[in-house]
Design a protein. Structure first.
Length: 340
């Protein structure tokens, strides 16, 4: 595939790592902007809409935030109201970074759209939520769809609902994802990105990364991801469900830098000498020279020709068969480049 692509859109996922503290949330925005991310993303939800009062936490959440409270109680403490969203959006504008947030219910979806969020991010847990998908599709805004825990058929079905509801496939970016925090490297399955691209050719494909470190995110960039999303935090040891599986600030900076370096290295796919190496062609390649003294009028032959580096270019040895049998127009000294 040739042609330069648009820059990879890098989303620094703050998620709920603000712990309900607006000063911490603003610091996360600062870090994302300083690292060079394109957007910082939070999560918008009402605990009453997404979980029952008796629902237990996931195993990783019990490990990182304790097993003594319910999932409902944990989420309730992490909700952001309208005023908090407005504050964070203003701070993002000041830092010249895009504000995004994942709506986990339809009321949160409407609130974000009313506040001017330009992209709808669908979390993996909602990919089988038919009424939710229909409402998102009807908004006709660009959609980023995470696909953790899904089969290929479930991804197809979700995209079909979105398109049938009004959102063109060209406005949908499907993110390969594994919903385990952290994801074992053996479960990352980055090649699934290619499967998604082949199956949904009208959609863009990206990667939402939950593996430790930055290796998989950088590899996804090399494999053609158009969007890369990854959680980050101020401090991995802070209390809360997602801090331990998130990147530290220095890892976020390293990831963004590495992704941009990969982008630069990918180039346009056209196989041709690069500007930096053109000057070396005359130095590193061999050219036709006289292997022994050649007199004017003498025929070039296998015996009096050689291919050597001249340091100044000349006639390519690929023309050997053409040159043999031609007549020298002047005298040539041994080692002198042949002229026709």
């Amino acid at each position: 595939m040739t042609g330069r692509r648009e820059p990879i859109f890098i989303i620094a996922e703050a998620g709920v790592n603000h712990n309900g503290d607006m000063e911490l949330a603003k610091r996360l925005i600062d870090l994302a902007a300083e690292a060079g991310a394109d957007a910082v993303k939070f999560q918008t939800f009402r605990a009453e809409e997404i979980v029952t009062g008796s629902a237990q936490k996931a195993a990783y959440q019990k490990e990182t935030s304790g097993a003594g409270e319910s999932q409902f109680d944990m989420l309730k403490k992490l909700e952001l109201d309208v005023d908090a969203h407005a504050l964070l959006m203003d701070h993002c504008r000041c830092k010249s970074i895009a504000f995004l947030s994942t709506p986990f219910d339809t009321q949160s979806l409407d609130m974000l759209i009313d506040m001017g969020v330009p992209v709808i991010k669908i979390p993996s847990g909602e990919i089988t939520n038919l009424p939710y998908l229909r409402k998102v599709g009807a908004k006709r805004l660009p959609v980023i769809l995470s696909t953790g825990m899904t089969t290929l058929d479930e991804v197809r079905d979700a995209v079909a609902v979105l398109t049938e509801s009004g959102t063109p496939a060209a406005r949908i970016t499907v993110l390969h994802c594994n919903t385990q925090y952290p994801t074992p490297l053996a479960d990352a399955n980055l090649r699934a990105m290619a499967t998604l691209a082949e199956t949904l050719p009208e959609c863009r494909v990206g990667y939402s990364d939950h593996t430790p470190g930055i290796t998989c995110a950088v590899a996804a960039a090399a494999m053609g991801a158009t969007v890369i999303e990854k959680h980050f935090t101020l401090d991995k040891t802070m209390p809360g469900p997602d801090h331990a599986a998130s990147m530290a600030p220095e890892e976020l900076t390293a990831m963004v830098r590495s992704v941009r370096e990969v982008e630069q290295a990918l180039g346009d796919g056209v196989k041709q000498p690069s500007p930096s190496e053109r000057a070396n062609i005359d130095i590193a390649r061999r050219f036709l020279v006289a292997a022994k003294p050649i007199q004017a009028g003498e025929q070039f032959s296998e015996a009096n020709l050689a291919a050597q580096r001249t340091g100044c270019g000349g006639i390519s040895p690929m023309r050997w068969d053409e040159v043999v049998g031609m007549t020298a127009k002047r005298d040539f000294n041994p080692g002198e480049g042949i002229e026709l």
